[in-house]
Design a protein around this ligand. Structure first.
Ligand code: COI
Length: 418
């Protein structure tokens, strides 16, 4: 009885698109759906298979996911390999464990996540993520506490909620906030020897949510995998903490109204690689994108949000669906207001606003807060204030002190892992 009632509450919890897909899947399993008649929007999208073949297929793709490891050894606190903590940069250092949790479209809820050895995963060639880009990612950091007694996370619930919002847009079930935060903590503890010494960097945590089940016609995948891996990182840009140089791109756009620019889908990132590579080949650090309609309003850089300061007023592009709602962005708005910048404006920021700005900086989890010394637009180079007494420098100190547990967290933003 208990199992039946939890199954029915799981079904009640299904999102509208998932309910449709669930019904279509049930019809397929009962042998009455699939490519035949019926008015479902998923008609023809789910595999037309008899129940026996369907369960064989399910077994096949499930068995191809990583072997779970029930004996996670967390005793290796002291050794971080031969790692050069002073020169970390933002590269991939493979760590020991990853966290994996799966969910079928039929169930609609994630359960039984586990740590497994970090390693390659197998996916069906027809998985939703590979074929149709049905996937999201997140990024957050764990810092080592100064007294070596544990680790600190920064606003992990915000990442969980942003993933849930993105999952709704991408027609995927998502883990609960509690499941997400629990999984992040497990991943940090299992990889704790890779958390850099304080002041040298952080353990970057990368949660993924992907349509891992096979699908041929365009439709939500029949199975989802939530996976978290982690890597020790230092500064994101090769400039380190030094100011960066940006170029405004006016031909390639990152997002469009009604698109997915406001969620952290994997499909937002590869399309900007061309602009990013061109910019790097010309010596720029990164690219600033303009809105796709007027080609006049700034949106964000390839991997971070943008702020400008002019006559003591701080402005940042409003999150109207084409801009990623950054967690560092949100925190910086609050910290700037606390410092007396009452006018932190979330609004349209035109290229003219930028050019006439006093100070420009970028924010992001990976980037933290990066001061911008020059922006080039249509062949002209514009310079901005950097260094001592700039808002970006003050905010950088305030934010990182909270993140590392060096300053009192009056806002309840940090989550300790002891
Ligand atoms: C982050 O800042 O965490 C991101 O996800 C950006 C990514 C391109 C490194």
């Amino acid at each position: 009885m208990a199992a039946a009632s939890s199954a029915s509450s799981a079904k009640r919890a299904l999102l509208p698109w998932a309910r449709d897909a669930h019904h279509a899947l049930t019809r397929v399993l009962q042998g009455s759906g699939g490519g035949g008649g019926g008015g479902s929007s998923f008609r023809g999208a789910l595999p037309t298979l008899a129940a026996g073949r369907w369960s064989l297929l399910q077994r096949r793709w499930r068995s191809s996911l990583p072997q779970l490891d029930s004996t996670v050894d967390r005793s290796d606190e002291d050794s971080g390999g031969d790692i050069d903590w002073d020169n970390l940069g933002f590269g991939l250092t493979p760590t020991d464990y990853m966290y994996v949790m799966r969910c079928s479209l039929e169930d609609g809820v994630f359960s039984r996540g586990q740590l497994s050895r970090y390693g390659n995963i197998e996916l069906s060639p027809s998985s939703g993520v590979i074929n149709y880009g049905q996937g999201l990612f997140e990024g957050l950091k764990a810092y080592r506490k100064s007294d070596r007694q544990g680790y600190m996370l920064f606003r992990p619930e915000e990442n969980a909620r942003r993933m849930q919002h993105g999952a709704e847009r991408m027609c995927m079930p998502s883990p609960s906030v509690e499941q997400f935060v629990h999984a992040v903590k497990q991943t940090v503890l299992a990889n704790r020897r890779w958390v850099p010494p304080q002041g040298k960097g952080a353990l970057y945590i990368r949660p993924l949510l992907i349509g891992s089940g096979p699908i041929l016609g365009l439709a939500p995948a029949p199975e989802y995998t939530f996976l978290i891996y982690a890597a020790p990182v230092g500064t994101y840009f090769k400039e380190g903490l030094a100011p960066i140089n940006l170029v405004v791109e006016d031909a390639i756009h990152r997002a469009m109204p009604g698109g997915t620019g406001g969620v952290k889908t994997i499909t937002n990132y590869a399309p900007v690689l061309k602009a990013q590579m061109d910019a790097k080949s010309k010596g720029f650090t990164d690219v600033l994108y303009l809105d796709a309609v007027h080609k006049r309003y700034l949106e964000e850089a390839s991997s971070c949000n943008l702020f400008i300061v002019k006559d003591g007023v701080v402005a940042t592009p409003a999150t109207v669906g084409t801009i990623l709602p950054g967690i560092t962005r949100k925190s910086v708005i609050e910290l700037a207001r606390d410092r007396g910048y009452q006018q932190v404006e979330e609004r349209l920021v035109s290229i003219d606003d930028l050019i006439s700005g006093d100070e420009v900086f970028c924010t992001g989890t990976a980037v933290v807060i990066a001061p911008v010394s020059t922006v080039s637009y249509q062949g002209q180079r514009y310079e901005f204030r950097t260094g001592q007494d700039t808002l970006s420098q003050t905010l950088h100190t305030t934010l990182t002190s909270i993140q590392m547990g060096l300053a009192e967290d009056k806002k309840g933003w940090t989550v300790a892992i002891d």
